[in-house]
Design a protein around this ligand. Sequence first.
Ligand code: CA
Length: 230
Amino acid sequence: MSVKNEPGERILICEDEPNIISFLKAELEYEGYHIETALDGSEAISKFLPEFFPNNSYSLVLLDIMLPVRNGLEVLREIRKTSNIPVIILTARKEVYDKVAFLAAGADDYITKPFDTSELIARVKRHIQRAKTHYSASQEKLTIEPDAYRAKILGNDIGLTKTEFEILCFLHENIGKVKTRDEIISAVFGDFYGESNIVDANVKNIRAKIARHTSARVIETVRGKGYLCV
Ligand code: CA
């Protein structure tokens, strides 16, 4: 009996050095991935536009920091306006100081050149797998009904208060992105409201109510930063 392979996952490589592109392309194609390439930052951004790829669904982006036209950080910020796709930064050793800015802008990981092939492949696989798990954790199980001010998990009404609902809604709209307590307060209460522990108290309640129906984690705490919906 023949086994039909799933269509390969699509990976976008944003890199301007031909040798690195051909190396990455060969290694990842060998693993069964489909590869798109962008040679500068502007091309990378354009490859995220719906005109280019109507049911846009890359599984992962490998993003060089030093790119012509638009640099890697600009590309990452553009991607994050519309997508929570895993992004792995490719850095040269001397660019180490840039890592923090990239992680803050929403990068998931970084790999230092020259690459260790098995490490690169392992990280790519792990991030693609994790993104799928996250997708199923909240996007498949959590339903937001904005007009009714109701959120359901696995079809069950979670029974949130208005404030809890608005916090969950805000985090869910920004799924995969860390939101600080201040950002949550500003989105839900407006800028004048200054008590940041109000967020913690509400998140605690949301989690407890969700936990009545599932052990899946929907809101994660990012120590020293804030919360994210996964
Ligand atoms: Ca480069």
